[in-house]
Structures are given as C-alpha cells and as structure tokens.
Design a protein around this ligand. Structure first.
Ligand code: GH3
Ligand code: MG
Ligand code: MG
Ligand code: MG
Length: 325
C-alpha cells in the first residue's frame, strides 16, 4: 500500500498554521457588570473579534463551558461578584481550563488582586485607561496561542490513533498488540482466569493477489477484518499482525470456547464469497486458525503466541480451511 501523505490523512501542520494565524476573528466572552466599562471594551474588541457580553457570574461560567470561546476577558473591578473567584472556577473546570483569560485592571486599586489573578491562572492583563491597540494586540496573542494549542492537541490525538491502528483494516496493529498482550497474560495468570490466543492466516492469499490484483487482495483483507470484528467480543484484542496474518487475544476464555468462536468465524469466511470491488467478481476465501491457551503460571506472551503459531502450521499442513488447537 502506498504511504499516505499527512494531508490526505487529515493531519495539518500546526506550526505552519500557527504562523498563518493572525489571532483575529476569535470568539470572545467579555465579563463585566458595568455598562460604561463593557461598552468601551466590547467596542474596541469588536474591531477584530466577535464579542458576547455577560454580566452574571454563574451565567458566565455556564457560557464559557460550552467550548466555543477563544478568549475570556474579565474586568477585575466587578460590582456584583468576585472576579477572582470566577477566574479560579474557570481554571478548575475541565471544560474551561484551557480558555485564556485576559484581565482588565485598575493599576491604582487592583494591582494586588491582579497579582492573585496571575497566580490563579490569568494569562495576561491590560491596565485602565485601556489603550485600544494594546488591548487588541494582547487579545490576538491569546487567541492565536489558544488555537495553536488546540490544533496541537488534535494532532497528537490523531497521531496516537494512527500509531496503534492498521491503516488498511482499522484493526489494531502489531505494535499495539505486543504492548498489551503482556498485560492481558499477566492479569489472567494473577487472577487464575483462562485466556486464549488465535493466530489466523488467509489460505493461498498470494493466488488471490495474483488473480485479482493487489487492490483486490486489499478488498479481501478489509472484508475479512469486518467479519472478524463481528465474530469476537469488545474485550477481545484483535490485530493485523502483518500481511494476511491476524492475532486475537481473548481474555476470560478457555480454549474450548475459543475453538467454537474460531470455528464460527472459519465458516463465516468460507460460506460467503468475498466481493472484489473493481471487477465486481467474487472470490472464495478460506482461513486457517491456530489456537493456544495458558499453560501454567510461568507461561509468557511469547510462548502462548508461539504455541498458537505452531497450531496454525499444523492447520496449514493438514490441508488448510481448519481450526487446530
Ligand atoms: P498460505 O496458505 O500458506 O498462507 O499461502 P499464502 O499464499 O497465503 O501465503 P504467503 O505467505 O506465501 O503469501 C502471503 C501474501 O500476502 C504475499 C504478499 O504479497 C501478500 N500481502 C502481504 N501484505 C499485503 C497487503 O497489504 N495487501 C495485499 N493485497 N497483499 C499483501
Ligand atoms: Mg504464509
Ligand atoms: Mg496465507
Ligand atoms: Mg501468512
């Protein structure tokens, strides 16, 4: 399979986007309960952002939590409620923790409160009398930083997803399986529970590729993964181990039950031909499955996998399209 570019997959370059981001066009929540003050501040910010004004503490917290705001601007000298308390609440809630806070402070009367605010997590401030250009510049910086962090976080989440997923089938990949099979085996041994491992391999897959092309082979792999997923439980760990070989780790499952699941899957594959999308033709597919279970308390993931692999070898040798435990 050709490697996809990051753009095709949907990953954008957060650094390049951050450079292009002017910090304008943000959603700003202005919290202020004195009309003369909020009129002035909102008037200035509106030149570059969309501004909502909120005059009530509880309401402000509620609105900030809906996740649409890029910046909260708080007037420290509020009359009807404690602005610092509100800032600390904004910082303690999961949903508002990452929204930047810009404080508006009076340098004569509010410098001590401003210092407290900066300790609590206020990101920046502007002194009264407010200089329009300074306010806009500081707001832009906070909006830009917020968007950058957000993009970075989305990209990290997506990268982690990609690092543990097989791109063709959407199953877990070998790396993920190898990290988690150890834990599953250890837990099963510690709790005295059974655990089974299936190693599955598509029969004569090379000739499917030869007849239907590599893309046709890929169709078969995808459809196989779909039928596999339907045959196992949510807690079973299924991965594409490589090429046309798959591994399923089944916690809390003894080898008798695992053999029944494997046999049902084997039939599910053999009984219904696979469709090749490009040609509209169909192809009969069979699989061979080797099964192993835990053998004693000094068993290891490597040994369990090896025994399942040996069982698979016997299934192939004995004529394929079969389950061997
Ligand atoms: P057996 O019954 O003994 O398993 O025979 P087989 O032909 O299935 O086994 P063999 O290991 O000889 O061939 C596996 C083939 O799978 C060879 C390889 O080109 C092909 N293959 C590996 N990865 C991919 C893939 O991602 N897509 C496709 N279409 N083919 C793949
Ligand atoms: Mg082979
Ligand atoms: Mg094969
Ligand atoms: Mg193989």
């Amino acid at each position: 399979m050709r490697a996809q570019t990051s753009r095709e997959i949907g990953i954008e370059n957060p650094v390049m986007e951050a450079i292009a981001d002017t910090g304008r066009g943000g959603q700003v929540l202005l919290i202020d309960d004195r009309k003369s003050s909020w009129d002035r501040i909102a008037g200035m910010l509106s030149a570059e952002h969309t501004v909502d004004v909120e005059t009530d503490a509880a309401e402000a917290l509620f609105r900030a939590a809906d996740g649409t705001y890029d910046l909260v601007v708080v007037s420290l000298g509020l009359e009807s409620f404690d602005a610092l308390r509100l800032c600390s609440q904004l910082r303690s809630l999961d949903r508002t923790r990452n929204v930047p806070i810009l404080a508006i402070a009076d340098p004569e009367e509010e410098s001590a409160r401003l210092n407290r605010g900066l300790e609590i997590g206020v990101n920046d401030y502007v002194f009264r009398p407010i200089d329009r250009n300074e306010l806009l510049a500081r707001a832009r910086t906070q909006v830009r930083k917020k968007r950058f962090t957000e993009r970075l976080r989305d990209n990290v989440t997506l990268s982690i997803e990609m690092a543990i997923t097989d791109a063709l089938t959407g199953l877990h990949n070998r790396r993920y399986m190898e990290t988690h099979v150890a834990t599953l085996v250890e837990q099963a041994i510690a709790r005295g529970k059974p655990l089974s491992v299936l190693v599955l391999d598509i029969d004569f897959f090379k000739s499917i590729n030869d007849t239907h092309g590599h893309d046709g082979g890929d169709d078969v792999l995808r459809e196989f993964a779909m039928r596999l997923r339907k045959s196992i439980r949510g807690i079973d760990l299924a991965c594409r181990f490589g090429g046309e070989e798959f591994v399923v780790v089944m916690p809390d499952t003894d080898i008798t039950v695992a053999a029944k699941v494997a046999e049902r899957l084997r039939r599910r594959i053999a009984s219904e031909p696979f469709l090749i999308h490009a040609s509209g033709r169909s192809v009969e597919v069979t699989i061979s499955i080797g099964i192993s279970g835990l053998a004693g308390t000094d068993d290891s993931p490597a040994k369990v996998l090896k025994r399942a692999d040996e069982a698979l070898y016997r299934a192939k040798r004995d004529g394929r399209n079969r389950v061997v435990a």
